[in-house]
Design a protein around this ligand. Structure first.
Ligand code: PGA
Length: 244
C-alpha cells in the first residue's frame, strides 16, 4: 500500500502526518506500507517511521550515479536518506517532464543498482482508453520499458497500473477494468520472464483510490495493492485504505 504525496507536505507537515498515522497502522501486518514524500521531506519521513513497518520512497530517481545533472537526485542519495523505494515513470513525470519508456527503464535500472525497489508506473491515457487501445498501450509500455530488465531485476520490481484518466480526477477504473489491465500486464510478464515470475510480480492499482473504494478494488485477486495520491495525504483516510 503506497502513498504518493506528489508536491505536498513540508518536513513539519510530514511529522504531523506520522503522529496520527503511526498508531493507526501499528497492527497492519497484512501488507507493506510505503510513503513517498517530496525529496525534501524524505529524511523527516524516515525519522518519523523509525521503529515501525512503514517505509519511505522517493517519487523519482536519476539514472546517473552522479554528475552534472542539475535538479536530479541519485539512488545513492535516496538510499542515504533512508528510503527503500522509488516511484518511476509516474504519468505526471511522463506528461509534464518528458519522461519516456526509455528513460523510465534507465531510472528503473538505477533504482535496482542502488538497492531500491522501483515502483514502475504504466497506464493508458483517456484517448487510448476511448479508442480501445488500452491493451496495445500497456503491451507497448511493457515491451519498450520493463521487458528490458533481466530476470533477476524483474523479480525485484513492483508495477503500478495507473490509468491516466483516473488520476486525480475522481474517476476510478471499475475493479473489473483494473483487473483486466492487470491481466494484460501479468500476461506480458509471464511471456517475457516465465510463469513463476509472472505470478509473483506485484501489480498495484492507482487512480482515485479512496477509503470507500479500496475494499472492492482489493477484492480483485489480480490487484495486489494500491498506489494512492490525494487520499494518502490524510492520515486517517490513508490508514483506512491500508486497513481495507
Ligand atoms: P490519485 O493519484 O490517487 O490522486 O488519483 C494517484 C497517483 O497519481 O499515484
Amino acid at each position: 500500500m503506497a502513498g504518493n504525496w506528489k508536491m505536498y507536505k513540508t518536513p513539519a507537515e510530514t511529522n504531523a502526518f506520522f503522529e496520527k498515522f503511526r498508531p493507526l497502522v501499528e497492527k497492519s501486518e497484512h501488507c507493506e506500507i510505503v510513503i513517498c514524500p517530496p525529496f525534501t521531506s524524505l529524511a523527516a519521513a524516515v525519522e518519523a517511521a523509525q521503529g515501525t513497518r512503514i517505509r519511505a520512497g522517493a517519487q523519482n530517481i536519476a539514472w546517473a550515479k552522479e554528475g552534472a545533472f542539475t535538479g536530479e537526485i541519485s539512488g545513492a542519495m535516496i538510499r542515504a536518506a533512508g528510503a527503500t523505494h522509488a516511484i518511476v515513470g509516474h504519468s505526471e513525470r511522463r506528461q509534464y517532464f518528458g519522461e519516456t519508456d526509455e528513460t523510465v527503464l534507465k531510472r528503473t535500472q538505477a533504482a535496482l543498482e542502488s538497492g531500491l525497489t522501483p515502483i514502475v508506473c504504466v497506464g493508458e491515457r483517456l484517448e487510448e482508453r476511448e479508442g480501445e487501445k488500452t491493451e496495445a498501450k500497456l503491451i507497448d509500455q511493457f515491451q519498450t520499458g520493463i521487458a528490458g530488465l533481466t530476470e533477476a531485476q524483474f523479480a525485484r520490481i513492483v508495477i503500478a497500473y495507473e490509468p491516466v484518466w483516473a488520476i486525480g480526477t475522481g474517476k476510478t477504473a471499475t475493479p473489473e477494468m483494473a483487473a483486466d489491465a492487470h491481466r494484460v500486464i501479468r500476461g506480458q510478464a509471464r511471456a517475457r520472464f516465465g510463469k513463476e515470475a509472472g505470478e509473483a510480480i506485484r501489480i498495484l492499482y492507482g487512480g482515485s483510490v479512496k477509503p470507500d473504494n479500496s475494499r472492492t478494488l482489493m477484492a480483485q485477486p489480480e490487484i495486489d495493492g494500491v498506489l494512492v495520491g490525494g487520499a494518502s495525504l490524510d492520515p486517517i483516510g490513508f490508514a483506512s485504505i491500508v486497513n481495507f
